[in-house]
Design a protein around this ligand. Structure first.
Ligand code: SAH
Length: 219
């Protein structure tokens, strides 16, 4: 069962989490405010209620996880998601990251390859009432050409390499944040589509994500 009540206790735990993210190096105040505002326990089974605000990943079903809050904060900070930016997220999962982006004022297009997770989000009333998010069931390797170009693209699963089709869907001057690597550990990369043509790559810290897999999964 999903919790839908945000108590003072949860709010206090969230404030502590935000303080801990600050000590770990997250310094974008808008990102910290967004993480402080989104009730992470709503995205988890009530069995995790007591521990939802620990800086840990948790299972969300179908062998997938909700990322560590630190990872969400880190990717969001690198993405620089702000008001009115059009953002494509690959790997909706629990939709926690999508709600954080929407809270920052972005127009979020999020895509999930697993039907069960996609349907689960459709049945989550509170989530469907959050403004600024459009949900898609599909393969993130293909992106959403109909809605391109995007100002930002965020991949929340480990990509074997930077997906070409997604690079084409970036607006010149925009960028993608993507963990790249085929082993247990991936490098976080920021790929900027230069206005003068071509791409520039910046390499950041190491993380461990579930793999980005091709094709849709219908059950
Ligand atoms: N952003 C999520 C993190 C989920 S984990 C959150 O906030 O909870 C990564 C998710 O990416 C999983 O749900 C997985 O099913 C999904 N995924 C993996 N490969 C994908 C692909 N090619 N297209 C779309 N989603 C994909």
């Amino acid at each position: 069962m999903r919790p839908t009540i945000d108590t003072y206790r949860h709010q206090g735990l969230r404030k502590k989490l935000v303080d801990s993210l600050r000590t770990k190096g997250i310094n974008d105040e808008a990102v910290l405010t967004a993480l402080g505002a989104v009730p992470r326990h709503f995205f988890l089974d009530s069995a995790f209620d007591e521990i939802a605000y620990e800086d840990r990943a948790f299972p969300i079903g179908q062998g997938q996880t909700i990322s560590h809050p630190y990872t969400v904060a880190y990717q969001t900070q690198l993405l620089g998601a702000g008001r009115f930016l059009k953002v494509l997220e690959v790997g909706t999962g629990s939709a926690y990251q999508a709600v954080v982006l929407a809270r920052l004022g972005a127009q979020v297009y999020t895509i999930e390859r697993q039907k069960t997770l996609f349907d689960g989000n459709r049945g989550f009333t509170w989530l469907q009432e959050q403004p600024g998010i459009k949900f898609f069931y599909g393969d993130g390797f293909a992106g959403l050409p109909t809605y391109a170009p995007f100002d930002r693209i965020l991949i929340t699963a480990a990509a074997p390499s930077v997906p070409d089709k997604l690079l084409e869907q970036l607006r010149p001057g925009g960028w993608m944040v993507v963990p790249v690597g085929e082993s247990e550990v991936q490098q976080m990369k920021k790929i900027v589509r230069l206005t003068e043509g071509g791409f520039a790559e910046e390499v950041y810290d190491s993380f461990s994500f579930v793999p980005m897999l091709s094709g849709k999964k219908a059950d």
